[in-house]
Design a protein. Structure first.
Length: 363
């Protein structure tokens, strides 16, 4: 009898070429029961390490992919959280999404990300229509409330929703960084150094975080009986910080600026340098976000630190709590504290001593 030129493993693989690889195929290849394969595929314990490794190797070799719909029916969950973000262009948004993904992974969930701006005209409607078809257990929305309002009727029914960094809508849990208090800390710090007033390089008018930061700055100046200058607005980018910062740099009465984020502060640095004004000798600057690069600015930037990891953890926790309870939680605002980190970009105005109002964290 002629020898079969096809080795046994190859022959088995060819037998599945015209149909999806099944759990039984994996079990046969690994030499275990289908129940053991199921336990490995669903992440359950009670399987020896070497057995688990053999099953995973068989899955990879055969190209086996678990059926998510069948798995959801069996487990009652897709183990997936959907995340919608209105933009991925700012460091704050990217770090927020990163924190959500990390916290979800620790809970055994994956994340499905849909950037709203990438959807173009009519994107909100398309995003929510698409969500009707996606296998997600809960949604975390990092978008402005006005966008949510436009698409409210398209939200998938029965799916827990958590909002982030937006104004409350009276229907859902909102996880929000304490934007107002962060701005208050920044403004108080500059006043405590002896500055007569503080200018503000604000974010976009339609942004909830930008508006709350502006309100915190304005209220602090009013409470201190100081002049409230007209804010100048950027769009979160370093380029807008530079362009709008040139207005501030030309104003020789400007000795202190609170920027709504670190990226715009970087642009302001350039505008001030080109105008022959030094930080902090001529103008003190405070940012918001405390990005990883803030310490590398020249000089290192004083900034309001947001705890993105804590915000992501709280959002995932709120979503899963609703999912496990089988109902939406009572609407509330979960506020994440902020912390001012003082570096070398702030100092007393030339010739004036600092007046301490409150201690600030130094780094």
């Amino acid at each position: 009898m002629a020898e079969d030129p096809v080795p046994p493993r190859t022959r088995r693989r060819r037998s599945t070429e015209n149909r999806p690889v099944s759990m039984a195929d994996v079990a046969t290849r690994a030499g275990v029961s289908a129940q053991t394969v199921s336990r490995v595929a669903n992440g359950f314990g009670g399987v020896l390490d070497e057995t688990r490794a053999a099953v995973i190797a068989a899955m990879e070799e055969l190209g086996y992919r678990p059926n998510s719909a069948a798995r959801a029916l069996k487990l009652g969950s897709f183990r997936t959280i959907g995340v919608i973000s209105s933009t991925l262009s700012t460091i704050g948004d990217v770090r927020t999404i990163e924190a959500i993904a990390h916290s979800a992974a620790l809970e055994g969930y994956t994340t499905t990300l849909i950037p709203l701006r990438a959807q173009g005209e009519g994107g909100v409607k398309r995003v929510y229509s698409r969500l009707q078809e996606l296998a997600v257990d809960a949604l975390i929305l990092n978008i402005e409330k006005q966008l949510l309002d436009r698409a409210e009727v398209l939200v998938p029914p029965g799916v827990p929703i958590v909002l982030m960094d937006t104004s409350p809508d009276g229907m859902h849990i909102v996880v929000d960084t304490d934007q107002f208090d962060g701005a208050r800390q920044a403004t108080e710090h500059l006043l405590s150094l002896g500055h007569h007033t503080v200018r503000h390089l604000a974010g976009p008018e339609d942004s909830h975080p930008a508006q709350r930061r502006l309100e915190g700055w304005q209220r602090t100046l009013e409470d201190a009986g100081r002049p409230v200058p007209e804010p100048v607005r950027g769009d979160w980018t370093a380029q807008s910080g530079y362009e709008r910062g040139r207005i501030l740099a030309e104003d020789r009465s400007c000795t202190a600026v609170f920027c709504a984020n670190d990226q715009m502060a970087l642009g302001l640095y350039r505008a001030l340098r080109e105008a022959g004004r030094r930080v902090p000798h001529d103008v003190s600057v405070v940012g918001f976000d405390d990005t990883a690069d803030a310490i590398a600015y020249d000089p290192p930037l004083t900034s309001v630190r947001q705890d993105f990891a804590d915000a992501g953890r709280r959002a995932v926790s709120a979503a899963l709590a609703q999912l496990r309870a089988g109902e939406e939680s009572t609407p509330r605002i979960d506020v994440v504290p902020t912390d001012l980190v003082v570096r070398a970009s702030t100092a007393a105005p030339s010739g004036l001593p600092a007046m301490a109002i409150r201690p600030a964290r130094e780094e």
